[in-house]
Design a protein around this ligand. Structure first.
Ligand code: AMP
Length: 396
């Protein structure tokens, strides 16, 4: 079956058409600058990328252009839209309403809308994308796959904040966690790759990308994760601060004459390794800066790795042990220096690094030595494939 996977942002939209039987990508690309002017990037498997400037006043025109490209006579991946058997949509926030993926219906969309408050930038964009697809492909079954769903198995002790309980009851203020599709995919794949029984396993997944989060997974179920009500909590990220003393907000607001929105903007967009280094949020630039003697780039890398190691340590406590650790996403898959530094903090667990294996980039590989007490591996994430699998499971 062919599944169109859609990841809709407020002014952009990523897509992949995947053959679920062979799990191969038939075509992929993105629409950018929706509502501004519009640019379509389209790539059929095996061919070069094509970029077309085309007006996209709304997501509907953007999706129409994607569908046109998919059936284009010369470079289309399919002959007609009848070959799209299902659509899988990424949805950022499912609140407490969705502990798993769900077939898209009017009632289901209403429930997603009720979570909009929790992700005011993302959920409305996801819903716009879903409605645009529905109007263009009214008879194709669609599934919503939530970033938060995998973490719904967290126990209360992990998801409650130390705040007045009424905030949880009245406003649903609690920890939700994100990147769930990736944590689910990578934890399952790690167990498979290492020949472990997932139903009897203690796994820690470090999803280290521009946004970064860690999860503790026991017997295949998430028991804790580092992001919270929003993706701002937890690790130091590309541009997000991660955990800070909340009193800093008032202190900085007064010093810099900022309102709450101004402070939030700093914490989300001007902090993390970008804010620390003053140079870049990209680890390739930070590593280059560090090698040229830039102390702030070096400090940014150290702060990032130390925070990752501290979270792993706390999750070893949450799991009362650990069998295996996976590194994934842009930094986890590619930045050997980060993996080496993080693993350096974990020697007390009997972890030892295979320095040769750690030189690898972006491939599935064990990077701990054969005698390491805890297995450590790089497992490339594939959120689109995970969404495709979830979609097939629900529409078949
Ligand atoms: P993601 O959000 O998973 O796409 O990850 C993007 C981030 O991965 C970038 O901002 C970089 O910090 C990092 N990254 C990507 N490629 C490399 C690489 N070859 N070496 C080091 N870091 C990388």
């Amino acid at each position: 079956m062919n599944v169109l996977v859609i990841n809709c942002g407020s002014s952009s939209l990523k897509y992949q058409l995947i053959n679920s039987d062979t799990e191969t990508v038939l075509a992929k690309g993105l629409c950018e600058r929706i509502g501004i002017d519009g640019r379509l990037v389209y790539q059929k498997a095996g061919l070069d990328k094509e970029t077309t400037e085309a007006p996209m006043p709304t997501h509907k025109e953007a999706i129409q252009l994607v569908l046109d490209a998919l059936v284009n006579e010369k470079t289309g991946a399919i002959k007609s839209l009848a070959e799209v058997d299902a659509v899988g949509h990424r949805i950022v926030h499912g609140g407490e309403k969705f502990a798993s993926s769900a077939v898209i219906t009017d009632d289901m969309l209403k429930a997603v809308e009720e979570c909009n408050d929790l992700a005011p930038l993302h959920n409305p964009a996801n819903i716009i994308g879903i409605n645009a697809c529905k109007s263009l492909m009214p008879n194709v079954p669609m599934v919503g796959v939530f970033d938060t769903a995998f973490h719904q198995t967290m126990p209360k002790k992990a998801f409650l904040y130390g705040l007045p309980y009424e905030y949880y009851e009245n406003y649903k203020v609690r920890r939700y966690g994100f990147h769930g599709t990736s944590h689910s995919f990578v934890s399952k794949r790690l167990a498979e790759f290492l020949g472990m029984d997932i139903n009897n396993s203690k796994i820690i997944v470090a999803h280290l990308g521009n946004g970064a989060s860690i999860s503790a997974v026991k017997d295949g179920k998430c028991v804790d994760t580092s992001m919270g009500l929003t993706p701002l909590e937890g690790l130091v990220m590309g541009t997000r601060s991660g955990d800070i003393d909340p009193a800093i907000m008032e202190y900085v607001a007064k010093k810099e004459n900022l309102d709450i929105a101004g402070v939030m903007n700093v914490l989300n967009k001007k902090s993390g390794v970008q804010g620390l280094s003053g140079k870049s949020s990209d680890f390739r630039d930070l590593e280059a800066g560090m090698n040229e003697g830039d102390d702030r780039c070096a400090a940014a890398i150290e702060v990032f790795c130390y925070r990752v190691a501290k979270y792993i340590g706390s999750y070893v406590a949450a799991l009362n042990g650990v069998d295996a650790i996976a590194f994934t996403a842009g930094i986890g898959e590619n930045a050997g220096i980060v993996r080496e530094k993080v693993m350096g903090y974990l020697e007390y667990l009997g972890i030892s690094l295979d320095k040769e294996a750690n030189k690898s980039h972006g491939e599935e590989i064990v990077i701990s030595t054969p005698d390491s007490k805890v297995k450590v591996a790089v497992i490339p994430t594939n959120e689109e494939l995970a969404i495709c699998r979830e979609t097939v499971a629900l529409v078949k």
